[in-house]
Design a protein around this ligand. Structure first.
Ligand SMILES: *Cc1c(COP(=O)(O)O)cnc(C)c1O
Length: 298
């Protein structure tokens, strides 16, 4: 079985953007989108401890859940193929043909469409029993690779950035800014920082989705702040956001997608312009990946 640490570390790059200069903020971007052409972004870090558990349990395969553009299922299918696990995906809704779904099939994932009602039952007791009967011994991974195992794997994100500060000419930094969906990745950063630096989560989902409760359940109440960034709802895309993504890519070469990373960087601009950070602050923006998902709309 291949070694789970064989993926390259995420490059930490300067982020030269005029609105950051105006706010006198120095920013760097940690490019989780560049670790691998297929196993992209934060989903790899969230999967890592689940894969180690599966290997230790000698599980023949992995079962995950997600929608038809899911970055999580995409990374799961790619990681399964790379590291020698079979994979099954339980999908929300009815059979659809999207670029992501075609990739899942090409990567050999067994797909099961649960409908909407069936998918809503995913947190009910007994949900997994029929799947465990169908795929004996396979590792069941919570939605999005969440939970403490997911957060623990994300501690590595902090290590990877810190190892590259010197090359950037930084002796230290003040905080993190990243997109939050379930908040698992953010929780991993908070665990690794242990209160040394503030972690700012830009919420890609509405406040009533329970992210604050999830994060508090994993890491308690301190060491982080959550900011609304969803612009009216998860996966809602507006012209200002798309224009911002295009301008950012043109000016700084940084590719973003519209569900997480684009909204997170736009929310950073709004908070930087509103004076959230003292002049001279140094921030690390985490590019959490997800670019495979933008084939549907960009
Ligand atoms: C899933 C995802 C997130 C959210 O990660 P959480 O750990 O659920 O908060 C952020 N960005 C991208 C690109 C994602 O695919």
């Amino acid at each position: 079985m291949a070694d789970f640490d064989c993926l390259p570390i995420a490059p930490l790059q300067p982020l030269p953007i005029p609105w950051l200069d105006h706010a006198r903020i120095q920013a760097a971007v940690l490019r989780l989108d560049l670790i691998d052409p297929l196993i992209s972004g934060n989903k790899w870090f969230k999967l890592r401890d689940h894969l180690i558990q599966a290997k230790n349990a000698q599980a023949p395969g992995l079962i995950g859940l997600g929608g038809n553009h899911s970055n999580h299922l995409h990374a799961l299918a790619a990681a399964g193929k790379r590291f020698g696990f079979a994979t099954a995906g339980l999908l929300r809704g009815h059979p659809q043909d999207t670029p992501t779904v075609r990739d899942l099939q090409a990567l050999g994932m067994h797909l099961h469409w649960l409908g909407y009602g069936g998918y809503r039952a995913r947190n009910e007791p007994g949900f997994w029993a029929p799947w465990q009967a169908r795929y004996p011994g396979w590792q069941c991974i919570p939605e999005g690779g969440g939970g403490l195992a997911g957060a623990q794997g994300c501690r590595l994100i902090v290590e990877q950035a810190q190892a590259q500060l010197g090359a950037l000419g930084w002796d230290d930094y003040d905080g993190w800014w990243l997109a939050a969906g379930t908040g698992t990745t953010l929780a991993g950063l908070v665990l690794a920082e242990a209160g040394r630096r503030q972690v700012h989560g830009a919420l890609a989902v509405p406040a009533d989705h329970g992210v604050a409760q999830t994060v508090a359940g994993l890491v308690g109440e301190s060491g982080y702040q959550l900011h609304d960034a969803c612009r009216g709802g998860f996966a809602r895309i507006d012209p200002e956001l798309l224009a911002f993504i295009e301008r950012t890519e043109r000016d700084s070469g940084l590719p973003l997608e519209a569900l997480y990373t684009g909204k997170a960087l736009l929310a950073l601009r709004e908070h930087a312009e509103a004076g959230l950070f003292a002049p001279g602050s140094r921030l690390i923006f985490v590019h959490t990946g997800g670019l495979q998902g933008r084939r549907g709309y960009l």
